[in-house]
Design a protein around this ligand. Structure first.
Ligand code: ATP
Ligand code: MG
Length: 432
């Protein structure tokens, strides 16, 4: 029978890779805890309407990338393409945004039907933070501090650049949009069909057109920066000031626009040139209008999302994952001789109880000593504990050997009762 394969662009994370994931997840959780953010979890499926109303009907994500379907009741649902919409929906539904400040984080899989390639998948994972009820720019600086501290923790700071832009308030953007539509109408005969369709629905997207004829028509196009209000400029200048005093380097990128409609004022991306075309590892900004747009109160907000796969690719290619984090277990307990199953299990358990920081595999399934030792090597353990039985197979087990599972093959023999203590010392000695 033909074997079934995973869906294209949806990856299995195998045990050898999951150690890198765990390393990254624990770094993120350590950092986020230092900032006092609380975890929020929300479903991977939501009403399609939620994403249309937040991300925007005329965006790549909603038009081309969502996994949407009618369920058995005929409700139109979508797998979440990002986390912010679901986070806002959940927080507002449970009254967490009513006259309150909140700092949340989340992590989990997101789904976008894009062309799979390195760093771009159909199921991918994000860590995100969302902060509600604060006008900024202090909170904007804080979320950037979180990302910067994570890069530090991962030793990636040298490989990431923060790009900033001010895309103006919702009102500024509306004014710009009208001016843009007017301009595009005057050039209608030079636009392609796509641009003509978008000219009314989302004129800003015409600016990204890949068609050289359309680009040629855009020579004297109005500039967003001429529509950005003084207030918004002030906010942006203050944020830059805060970043400077926090020693967070950035560059300004006036071309930085985000692919989601809900952003306003300061938007940002952390990018790297170590990943080729998929260089964005974190994107975010303010989205002050979103909560109200989804039916809640006027709640100011900002946040970001990090692409986990891209960070893992960076960590792997730059060799930034410490060897220790990639160690699956510490000890493999083997036994020589007959009828020692019980003692093997007992000794492994005694080590676990007395040294809870260590991972211990107890050999199962019998077999010759050499084949057991081979399994010990293959397990990735640092040392083997070898229970030995005297030749006649009758006498009780008194001692066990500790053997380093590397080229040194260094060994030591001890009474079984002290083995749990001795393995810890043996391992410590090798680390110092
Ligand atoms: P890109 O420009 O690369 O398509 P994006 O602007 O669509 O990114 P966001 O919506 O800002 O991405 O999502 C935040 C982060 O999630 C990105 O910076 C990236 O690291 C990651 N990401 C987005 N889409 C994918 C994907 N299809 N596969 C893997 N990671 C992704
Ligand atoms: Mg994208």
């Amino acid at each position: 029978m033909e074997k079934l394969q995973a869906i294209r662009g949806m990856n299995d994370i195998l045990p050898e890779n999951s150690l890198s994931w765990q390393y990254l997840e624990s770094a993120f959780q350590r950092v986020i805890k230092r900032f006092g953010y609380q975890e929020i979890r929300f479903p991977v499926l939501e009403h399609t309407q939620l994403f249309k109303r937040s991300i925007g009907e005329v965006t790549d994500i909603v038009e081309k990338e969502m996994y949407s379907f009618d369920d058995r009741n005929g409700d139109n649902l979508s797998l979440r393409p990002e986390g912010t919409a679901g986070c806002v929906r959940a927080a507002d539904q449970h009254g967490l945004l009513y006259n309150q400040q909140q700092r949340f984080w989340y992590q989990g899989p997101m789904f976008r039907h894009e062309r799979p390639q390195k760093g771009r998948y159909r199921q991918f994972h994000q860590f995100g933070v969302e902060a509600f009820g604060m006008p900024g720019p202090d909170i904007d600086a804080e979320v950037l501090q979180i990302a910067a501290m994570l890069w530090q923790e991962l030793d990636l700071s040298d490989f990431l650049t923060l790009e900033l832009n001010n895309i103006g308030s919702a009102e500024d953007r509306a004014n710009f949009g009208s001016a843009l539509t007017e301009f595009l109408q005057s050039k209608e005969d030079q636009l392609d069909e796509d641009a003509r369709n978008r000219m009314h629905t989302n004129p800003m997207r015409v600016l990204d057109s890949k068609n050289p004829d359309v680009q040629a028509a855009l020579i004297d196009v109005p500039l967003l920066e001429d529509f950005v209000s003084a207030e918004s400029k002030q906010h942006y200048a203050e944020l830059q000031d805060l970043l400077n005093s926090a020693s967070i380097d950035f560059i300004e990128n006036p071309r930085l626009v985000r692919g989601l409609d809900y952003y306003n004022n300061c938007v940002f991306e952390w990018t790297t040139d170590t990943l080729g075309a998929q260089g964005a590892v974190c994107g975010g900004g303010r989205y002050d209008g979103l909560v109200a747009q989804l039916g809640g109160r006027d709640v100011l907000a900002c946040g970001f999302a990090i692409g986990v796969e891209r960070l893992i690719l960076m960590l792997d290619s730059l060799g930034k994952i410490p060897q220790d984090a990639l160690q699956p277990i510490d000890i493999y307990v083997t036994c020589i001789g007959q009828n020692v199953t019980k003692q093997t299990l007992d000794l492994a358990q005694a080590i676990r109880e007395s040294q809870p920081q260590l991972g211990v595999i107890s050999h199962c399934g019998g077999g010759k000593f050499n084949s057991q030792l081979k399994r010990a090597f293959n397990s990735g353990a640092k040392i083997a504990v070898i229970l030995e039985r005297d030749g006649d197979g009758e006498s009780t087990l008194e001692t066990a050997k500790i053997r380093r599972l590397d080229d040194s093959a260094e060994t030591a023999s001890h009474k079984i009762a002290v083995i749990p203590q001795k393995v810890a010392e043996f391992l410590e000695k090798s680390e110092s």
